[in-house]
Write a protein that binds this ligand. Structure first.
Ligand SMILES: [Cu+2]
Length: 66
């Protein structure tokens, strides 16, 4: 799935988002594109849970694909 994630501005943000996703699914594959403000996640877990975890970490996220 691909998400548009607001408020990511630096590597720390990228790692916070990665941690949030991995808290839901430690096996998830996470690719953050800071410039585009997008996050690609490959995971067997429920996408809604992943989106929620990213939001809970402080980054408004919406699913844009998958
Ligand atoms: Cu940051």
């Amino acid at each position: 799935m691909k998400l548009k994630v607001d408020k990511m501005s630096c590597g720390h943000c990228a790692s916070s988002v990665g941690k949030a996703v991995h808290a839901v699914d430690p096996a998830a594959d996470v690719a953050v594109d800071l410039k585009a403000g997008t996050v690609s996640v490959t995971s067997q877990s429920d996408g809604a849970l992943i989106r929620q975890a990213i939001r809970a970490a402080g980054y408004p996220a919406v699913v844009v694909a998958g």
